[in-house]
Write a protein that binds this ligand. Structure first.
Ligand code: MN
Length: 457
């Protein structure tokens, strides 16, 4: 029988025993490993408190293994909240836990939805199935879930804006000597991110939730923080706000915080920047996105710059690409205005952050290391825009204003515009504000910064 053996033992009056052996080939599908492969998903699982389902735990374990975030919800309102607040982008629910009205509501959600049916509920299958809703029968197994996750990718909200663009600079680092803190609750993702960062030479510390990230930041200094958004105990947004509060209370330099998000919904970028995050990258995390972030935020920690021939190659390829590309990329080039901007903030880190943000929009951004350097640059070079802080030690803003005007008269190129930044707690007389083209708060977000520069250049 099918290449196997069948044996039988029988004893009169007692009963019979049947034995058989069968040989199977090992399934090839089990060799493919999906560990961490679906980290762009953020799953909401309906788990009703009255009728807890044994498969809830399986689903949790599967998604966890795929590197995805998983949260349980108990009713439709909390589901809406999870979608809006935590960016959940896939839903799993048991048919038995849904009312007719709720199913109508689910049908309106434009996200992948898995509805679990019992084998006896076959009549429901066609009623439920839509572009977004995939009914599946119990028992749930890994291959059923994988199939849906692969197909569901097309329904994930598309990224609103491309994340951090690579910059063509003379020193694009491939290895860094720096300490980074990574806040991420999923162990699979922790491993993947750690490995990527360690390959780039970085020293990695892991925090398993937002609260631990806050504690670790209080105890240590890092060069950069990667912050997952969906985390238990304290989410990434609140943790970031707490870290910013701590930094300002202690008057210590800000450590740039990079959000790691499952998906960037429309408006998310603005939301993250407003919440105080410095930049974001999306899951699944790619080495290139990490490299771009490192090259922008910790450029001073480059351990091993790419050698010169590599650099030329990059520029070459980039140029070729731009020439080959359609109008879209031409527009991008036109948007990168050539301007001379001088940035001098009260701390080197702030100077670096501001100049790196500005340099994404404008070319020729220069920075000053100290007051003498600042004054020397004003006297020797003409800048179309000069950005500096009210709170710089030993610097008199009125004196600088006069220095700029005198230098402009000598240079006879034009008049530099000036933007004075200050902390929200600082007050200066109105007449002093009039010395500058604009006065802005240090707690400005990236979009506001873009706008104020555009207005003054
Ligand atoms: Mn997470």
């Amino acid at each position: 029988m099918m290449g196997g053996n069948l044996a039988l033992e029988s004893e009169p009056g007692k009963g019979s025993k049947f034995f058989f052996t069968l040989e199977f080939d090992e399934s090839s599908s089990s060799s493919e490993d999906y560990m961490g492969s679906f980290s762009e998903y953020n799953c909401a699982v309906l788990s009703s408190a009255d009728t807890p389902k044994p498969h809830s735990q399986f689903i949790y374990n599967y998604f966890h293994y795929f590197g995805a975030d998983v949260k349980f919800y108990s009713d439709f309102n909390s589901l809406k909240n999870l979608i809006y607040r935590s960016g959940c982008n896939i839903i799993v629910a048991d048919y038995e836990d849904l009312s007719k009205d709720e199913i109508d509501e689910y049908a309106k959600i434009k996200l992948p939805i898995i509805i679990i049916l019992k084998a006896t509920q076959q009549s429901k299958f066609d009623l439920l199935k839509t572009k977004y809703i995939t009914p599946i029968y119990e028992p749930i197994n890994m291959s059923k879930i994988i199939r849906i996750l692969k197909a569901g990718r097309q329904f994930l909200p598309t990224k609103e804006a491309p994340e951090v663009k690579p910059r063509i600079t003379s020193s694009y680092g491939k290895k860094f000597n720096a300490d980074v803190l990574v806040a991420e609750d999923n162990e699979i993702n922790q491993k993947l991110i750690t490995r990527t960062l360690q390959d780039l030479g970085l020293n990695v510390t892991i925090a398993v939730d937002g609260l631990e990230a806050l504690e670790k930041r209080k105890q240590n200094n890092y060069d950069l923080i990667f912050m997952d958004i969906a985390m238990p105990v304290m989410d990434g947004v609140i943790s970031t706000q707490e870290i910013l509060k701590y930094e300002s209370e202690m008057s210590i330099p800000h450590i740039p915080i990079i959000a790691i998000t499952a998906n960037a919904l429309k408006g998310d970028r603005e939301r993250f920047m407003k919440e105080g995050l410095d930049e974001y990258i999306t899951k699944p995390i790619k080495k290139d996105s990490i490299l771009n972030v490192l090259n922008i935020f910790i450029q001073d920690k480059i351990d091993q710059p790419q050698d010169e021939s590599d650099d030329i190659q990059i520029i070459h390829n980039k140029e070729k690409q731009e020439i080959a590309n359609d109008d879209k990329s031409k527009k991008t080039i036109a948007n990168t205005l050539k301007n001379n901007i001088l940035v001098f903030k009260k701390s080197p880190i702030e100077t670096k952050i501001f100049s790196s943000i500005i340099s994404k929009m404008y070319k020729d951004v220069d920075t000053a290391k100290n007051i003498d350097d600042f004054k020397e640059k004003i006297l020797n070079d003409f800048y179309r825009l000069i950005i500096f802080d009210e709170e710089i030690n030993d610097l008199k803003t009125s004196e600088i204003s006069k220095l700029i005007k005198d230098a402009n008269l000598k240079q006879q190129v034009g008049f530099s515009k000036t933007i004075l930044f200050m902390d929200s707690t600082t007050h200066i007389p109105e007449e002093e504000k009039l010395l500058f083209d604009a006065v802005a708060s240090n707690s400005i977000n990236k979009n506001e910064l873009d706008r104020i520069i555009k207005d003054n250049i």
